[in-house]
Write a protein that binds this ligand. Structure first.
Ligand SMILES: NC(=O)c1ccc[n+]([C@@H]2O[C@H](COP(=O)([O-])OP(=O)(O)OC[C@H]3O[C@@H](n4cnc5c(N)ncnc54)[C@H](OP(=O)(O)O)[C@@H]3O)[C@@H](O)[C@H]2O)c1
Length: 336
């Protein structure tokens, strides 16, 4: 009998490693998240009826989160600065799901106006009675070289991506500790794990979020039913490049570039919801070759630094030549 088990293990263990290797090479999420996709809870079962507050719900990833959560039957609080866009998102949610008008609260909010966050949280709690999940998604990226970028831009990025997120989280967490349950999910980025040229401030803000939430998770260890999770997507189709900070506060990105090579927003959001439904604490979500790069950065930093220097040089060169820094790598030149 013992002999049979040992000889079975000789086949099972290499098979397990082979499957893991294939998932690692060809997958679009880290192995834990892929495993949750295969065997874990379905978001439509786990998230039905839960109250979810999404910031940055007026476009991109936040907008798609609203659509998929509405289909799951979640109750939504939609926040961003542009109220008309939030109302449009709400209408689309109602058209494509079975939830009712009263199940979605449009709550305009500016992450930079920290003094308003207490009142906004009270409004949300009074409306639904509680908040089950806060998805800190609102934020802006950056496209500019350090040497050309005003320090005001660095301050603005940190105020928005880091302090705005911390401020809202500070208002919501006490409600969750009081109930002993809830989820704080923050859309960080691959740039929260690795360095990226042309995005020094953005990377700093996302690294700050990673450090903050990894620390907060340990502080909340006495609340095992409170999930603190960070989502680290690679390039995803959205308005992020169009809305990015540049060298100066009022200058916009000249070439938002191609979206073709990026992960579809719906896929990124689906994986995020699977991660939330299964309590995944850190999610790596990205198409290849970016996902492999996450692993290289995490486990063999010396190789990662070599690669980053090599590829980063090209990214800077593309940028200086007036091309979109990323799509110049991946998009085939259009022939007329
Ligand atoms: N797309 C990607 O490739 C990618 C990759 C990794 C991580 N991410 C992260 O994903 C998140 C969502 O970005 P996205 O790609 O969906 O970009 P997006 O389409 O530009 O959406 C950004 C959202 O943030 C909101 N926002 C911006 N400034 C705000 C402020 N002061 N107060 C409140 N809301 C504000 C915007 O709404 P209003 O303008 O209406 O306020 C918008 O809804 C960001 O945190 C980003 O860093 C994106």
């Amino acid at each position: 009998m013992e002999c049979c088990i040992v000889s079975a293990l000789w086949y099972v263990i290499p098979f397990y490693f082979l499957i893991s290797l294939l998932c690692l090479i060809f997958g679009d999420a880290d192995l834990t998240l892929q495993w949750a996709c295969l065997t874990g809870h379905r978001p439509e079962k786990k998230l039905k009826g839960l109250v979810v507050w999404i910031t940055g719900a007026s476009s991109g990833i936040g907008e798609e989160l609203a659509y998929q959560l509405a289909k799951c039957g979640s109750h939504l609080i939609l926040s961003a600065r542009r109220e008309d866009e939030l109302k449009r998102v709400k209408r689309t949610c109602l058209e494509h799901s079975e939830i009712q008008d009263k199940d979605i609260l449009v709550l305009p909010l500016d992450l930079l106006e920290r003094a308003s966050h207490e009142k906004k949280t009270q409004t949300a709690v009074q409306y639904f009675g509680h908040i089950d999940i806060l998805i800190n998604n609102g934020g802006r990226s950056q496209r500019s070289l350090f040497l050309e970028t005003s320090v005001d831009v660095y301050q603005a990025i940190m105020e928005l991506n880091f302090l705005g997120t911390v401020s809202l989280t500070k208002q919501v967490v006490p409600h969750m500790t009081q109930r002993g349950t809830g989820s704080i999910v923050t859309v960080s980025s691959g740039a929260g794990l690795a360095g990226l040229p042309l995005a020094t401030g953005y990377c700093a803000s996302k690294h700050a979020l990673q450090g903050f939430f990894n620390s907060l998770r340990t502080e909340l260890a006495d609340y095992p039913k409170i999930l603190v999770s960070t989502v680290c997507p690679g390039p995803v189709q959205s308005q992020i490049v169009h809305n990015a900070f540049t060298e100066e506060m009022n200058k916009s990105v000249p070439t938002p570039g191609d979206q073709e090579y990026k992960m579809p927003t719906s896929r990124c959001v689906h994986l995020t919801l699977v991660g939330i439904a299964n309590g995944v604490k850190e999610m790596w979500i990205s198409q290849q070759p970016f996902l492999l790069f996450y692993y290289v950065w995490q486990y063999t930093p010396t190789i990662a630094w070599f690669l980053t220097n090599m590829l980063g040089r090209k990214r800077v060169k593309n940028f200086k030549a007036g091309m979109d820094a990323d799509s110049a790598y991946f998009t085939k030149p259009k022939t007329s």
